[in-house]
Design a protein around this ligand. Structure first.
Ligand code: DQA
Length: 152
């Protein structure tokens, strides 16, 4: 479905493995905000931008692939924090490349300040851009960047 003046931009927000534990999981790295709070903040921000979001979280690689496939014709953009699959999943990258939906990659932590195995992202080459290191704010900045990209 293409966005028209009467249908707001629809953005799919995908949260990968272990992000359901946000708020309890390594708060020194990921902060104390929960996934529900991030999704509520994004919904409020999307309303201001005359857009809407649908958020999905899964710990399973194949579910992430299926979710990306199902976005075709439903969403104009994707924000993805693929968690650890960022650094391992050719399948998630190939799904994003296949559907060709403009995608912004986000991370709560600055992956380049952390262990070497987090410095490589399979997703970055198929994303329009990446935002990393601003905690929950990375998602909001990602939404702003994506909506700006889609409208200009
Ligand atoms: C993360 C960074 C990844 O390296 C890690 O595996 C995560 C979260 C982040 O948001 O900072 O699960 O994507």
């Amino acid at each position: 479905m293409l966005s028209t003046p009467s249908s707001p931009l629809s953005v799919l927000v995908i949260h990968g493995p272990n992000l359901n534990l946000l708020g309890q999981r390594e708060p020194g790295i990921y902060g104390s905000v929960t996934l529900e709070e991030i999704n509520s903040q994004l919904e409020a921000e999307a309303m201001k931008l005359e857009a809407k979001i649908s958020a999905v979280q899964s710990n399973h690689e194949g579910v992430l692939v299926d979710t990306i496939h199902a976005a075709r014709g439903q969403h104009q953009g994707i924000i993805i924090n693929a968690g650890a699959y960022t650094h391992t999943s050719v399948a998630v990258r190939d799904a994003l490349a296949a559907v060709k939906i403009p995608t912004v990659e986000v991370h709560l932590s600055n992956i380049y300040q952390r262990e070497a195995f987090r410095h490589h992202s399979y997703i970055a080459p198929v994303a329009i851009g990446q935002i990393s290191g601003f905690g929950a704010e990375s998602y909001r900045l990602g939404l702003l960047a994506l909506v700006h990209h889609l409208r200009h």
